[in-house]
Design a protein around this ligand. Structure first.
Ligand SMILES: [Zn+2]
Length: 379
């Protein structure tokens, strides 16, 4: 596992005035200036000036149709994130598929493409850059501001710093990189759109299994403390590539589940979704329930070590099969020694790779919105 630098998901009062205003408008949708003042520690004059600069830079736009009349002084015209001017580029490298996407400054993916890639080879970033240029060519009014590069770098033995630099040289943009699991966690946190004070533990399970912790530090929230659960010991007798037996990914990862299900002869094609769909077959049901309990128990042990305020289970190995959610909960509650705790499930569709890469690509924009627009030379 690579050392995992922190991802800042909310910046709060430590950010520049522009970063604070953009963060509040992004979270709030359409906001009046007095509402921004109330949500930040900025003065009325600073908010007024900063909103003006962000509108001038086309990062925010006015919503004259939502003008508020009445009261003293000028009528208030609220602002929202300008969804049509700028984009961030997101590139996600998976084991067999690479994804390239564009998102607007509110984080909505507006275009994406997937490309097959030969398993085990170094990713072809030049091809991904050309694909990004192709997507941009279809929306000539949009200007890219920054890019994100996300991959399970450690699992795929990829050099994160070198690839980040290469992507920067190819695109000419500031490039932020992040490992897959913390990127997914940052995405979950940002798209939930409601506060999660204290410490939130996210356990992720799909192809890979791991965890990350989001810590609300009062002034900003960071995703940090990322750990791999690939070789986490379970009671399973399955052999792992590391030479030991019972490692969590070998026992309960997608590939292991697919192999075990295929051995029953009850699944028509090698797809994990087909395995979930066959849960009513007793042999498949038993396999999935056993896996669910194993995953729930592993999440409980991590919970007991981290002692978070809440646990969120993320990834299709947790959420892909409705019928076994109770088995996951039961495994968790039986194995934890620290008493009751809220456990919730977050479901992401197939688009998670695009959204997660775009979320990381928006980081440099959210950090310094005016500075990054100035660098593009569009003004
Ligand atoms: Zn192992």
């Amino acid at each position: 596992m690579l050392p995992s630098p922190t991802i800042v998901v909310t910046r709060g009062p430590l950010g520049s005035a522009a970063a604070q205003v953009l963060e509040q408008v992004r979270a709030g949708g359409v906001l009046h200036r007095d509402e921004i003042v109330a949500r930040t520690s900025l003065s009325v004059a600073t908010v007024g000036r900063t909103v003006g600069q962000l509108v001038e830079a086309e990062i925010l736009r006015q919503r004259p149709d939502r003008t508020r009349m009445g009261g003293v002084g000028r009528p208030g015209m609220p602002v929202e994130v300008n969804p049509v001017r700028f984009v961030a580029i997101g590139a996600h490298i998976g084991r067999r598929i690479a994804t390239i996407a564009l998102c607007d400054l509110a984080g909505t993916v507006v275009a994406h493409r997937t490309l097959e890639r030969p398993s085990g080879e170094s990713p072809d970033l030049a091809e991904l850059s050309r694909a990004a240029a192709g997507l941009l060519g279809r929306s000539p009014d949009r200007v890219p501001l920054a890019a994100g590069l996300v991959a399970p770098f450690g699992e795929l033995a990829l050099d994160r710093a070198r690839l980040g630099l290469e992507f920067h040289e190819l695109t000419g943009l500031e490039v932020a990189t992040a490992d897959h699991i913390p990127a997914v966690v940052a995405t979950e946190f940002l798209h939930r759109r409601q506060g999660a004070p204290g410490v939130t533990l996210y356990v992720y399970a799909r192809d890979t299994i791991g965890f990350a912790v989001a810590v609300d530090k009062g002034v900003q929230t960071e995703v940090s403390r990322v750990g791999s659960l690939t070789h986490f010991p379970t009671r399973s007798a399955v052999e792992c590539s590391c030479g030991r037996t019972g490692c969590l990914e070998a026992a309960a990862g997608d590939a292991a589940t697919l192999t075990a299900a295929a051995a029953t002869g009850l699944v028509p094609e090698p797809s994990i979704e087909k395995v979930y769909a066959a849960v009513d077959e007793p042999a498949i049901g038993a396999l999935l329930r056993n896996r669910a309990r194993t995953l729930g128990e592993a999440a409980a042990v991590v919970r007991d070590m981290v002692a978070p305020d809440r646990v969120v289970l993320v990834g299709q190995a947790f959420t892909g099969c409705e019928a076994v959610l109770d088995d996951i909960r039961e495994g968790f509650h039986t194995a934890t020694a620290l008493g009751e705790l809220p456990v919730s499930f977050t479901r992401f569709g197939d688009g998670i790779q695009a959204v997660a890469a775009c979320t990381i690509g928006l980081g440099p924009v959210y950090d310094d919105p005016l500075g990054i627009v100035a660098k593009t030379g569009t003004r």
